[in-house]
Design a protein around this ligand. Structure first.
Ligand code: HEM
Length: 428
């Protein structure tokens, strides 16, 4: 038997939809406990949060992601057969494939493509009407990441792929029409990605061997077999889709520049301050509310016996906003990370633990680097106004955003190009 608090609701599924990102955090505060029980779609579920909970959750091989997330979310985000649902040796081998794409040189190459595509796009944002930063930047990132991956797209295809990938991200946190639209478009994108893998394997399309498309198409498992066409397509989308999702952080960076007024000059001149600002954007703004896992090996924590197959949700958002870890956790502080220490378990918007043997996000270094470059562009290479609009971020909408994706107007290119400096957050 366990004596951890139990949520009074018969089933918490509706409460998750209404409390959104704050669901676990609110109850951790209410019960003064980093662990409590709920029923999720009638299934007994344990919610945990905080730094120690993250360490428990990311103990190697303790949890599997397979079967942990409801199907519609899995289909639009994680994908069956993908690295996210593999365990142990199979997972490590596939994860290595992803991490091999994340060298400083490779990330730097993507950042340069991103900058070029952004510069090219600025004149198109300068009409009379305000433009949504989120909507505009998605296309820029999609163009950059496709080129980087070895995928050639016509302008027309670029529009199609951008809207498909953005719809998958937008539909991930809901069970309603946004989710169905994402799933419907996903079928189209998967078909396209499978055809691409097929062409590359047959030699119909030439791709340099160090490009993600080629790395994925020719990756071999421990038995020396290539990935099935379906799984290879899914892994290609596992690069393209989350990179486009960085657009949401770019939108939040724009929001933070406007609302929290960091020292703009210092952002351009002091790389440590820029890194701190970007880390604070990742800590403060909502992205994924929680990570889910099913227990593989029974264990005990805080007097609770976790049995094989139990569903556990780790509070990602609430851990990033945890007062026990972060002073004035609910305030945005651009300089916070000039002082604060980052451990593998306290700043977890993209998961925790280590990259190679845990499920921590493969694209975290890339996200940080692109976000730094985005801030350099917003502050150093663009002049724009922020028109009257609703800037509130509704935490019951998943994924959360200001309603119009952060509108900007009177956009102009400003004179001074801002060069990327080598990041301290990339490996090597
Ligand atoms: C946009 C910002 C991003 C956020 C907020 C984010 C968040 C996450 C989270 C929460 C996980 C799951 C952690 C877990 O299950 O414990 C994850 C996994 C993953 N992410 Fe990201 N991610 C982002 C960007 C990226 C990028 C840019 C890439 C690739 C280019 C990427 C590729 C992956 C992959 C392959 C996994 C599965 C890793 C594994 O299972 O070992 N993500 N991400």
């Amino acid at each position: 038997m366990s004596d951890i608090p139990k949520d009074s609701a018969l089933d918490s599924t509706l409460a998750i939809l209404s409390d959104g990102y704050e669901f676990i955090q609110k109850r951790r505060r209410r019960y003064e406990s980093d662990i409590f029980r709920i029923r999720l779609m009638l299934k007994p579920t344990v919610c945990i949060g905080g730094e120690e909970a993250a360490e428990v959750f990311y103990k190697p091989e303790r949890f599997t992601r397979k079967g942990a997330l409801p199907k519609p979310i899995l289909w639009s985000l994680q994908d069956e057969g993908s690295v996210a649902v593999l365990d142990a040796a199979e997972h490590h081998r596939r994860k290595q494939m992803f991490m091999s794409m994340m060298t400083p040189g490779s990330i730097g190459g993507l950042s340069e493509l991103f900058t070029d595509a952004w510069r090219e796009a600025i004149p198109g944002w300068s009409g009379d009407k305000p433009v949504s930063l989120l909507g505009s930047i998605n296309r820029v990132i999609c163009k950059a990441v496709c080129t980087w991956s070895g995928v050639n797209l016509s302008e027309n295809e670029l529009d199609k792929r951008t809207s498909e990938l953005a719809a998958m991200i937008d539909g991930a946190g809901t069970a309603g029409p946004r989710n169905w639209r994402g799933l419907w478009l996903r079928r189209r994108t998967e078909k396209w990605a499978r055809a691409l893998i097929r062409q590359v394997r047959r030699g119909g399309v030439e791709v340099a061997p160090n490009r993600p498309l080629s790395i994925i198409a020719f990756h071999e498992d421990a038995q020396g077999d290539q990935l099935s066409e379906e799984v290879a397509a899914v892994e290609l989308l596992n690069i393209l889709r989350p990179t486009v999702a960085i657009g949401r952080y770019v939108m939040f960076a724009g929001h933070a520049l406007h609302v929290h007024e960091p020292d703009r000059k210092r952002l351009l001149e002091d790389d440590d301050y820029l890194t701190s600002f970007v880390q604070e954007v990742r800590r403060y703004y909502p992205f994924f509310p929680f990570a889910g896992g099913l227990v593989r090996e029974p264990f005990k924590w805080r007097s609770h016996e976790f049995r094989k197959g139990d569903l556990v949700l780790l509070d990602l958002y609430g851990t990033n906003r945890d007062e026990a870890i972060w002073k004035n956790a609910d305030q945005f502080n651009a300089a916070r990370f000039l002082e604060a220490d980052i451990t593998p378990f306290n700043l977890i918007p993209q998961g925790g633990g280590t990259f190679d043997i845990n499920h921590r996000c493969a694209g975290e270094w890339l996200t940080i680097e692109m976000l730094k470059q985005a801030v350099r562009m917003l502050v150093g290479e663009m002049a724009y106004k922020v028109p009257e609009q609703d800037l509130a971020i509704d935490l019951s909408r998943m994924p959360a955003q200001p309603p119009e994706g952060f509108l900007i107007s009177d956009v102009k290119r400003s004179a001074r190009p801002v060069m990327r400096k080598k990041s301290e957050n990339t490996p090597g």
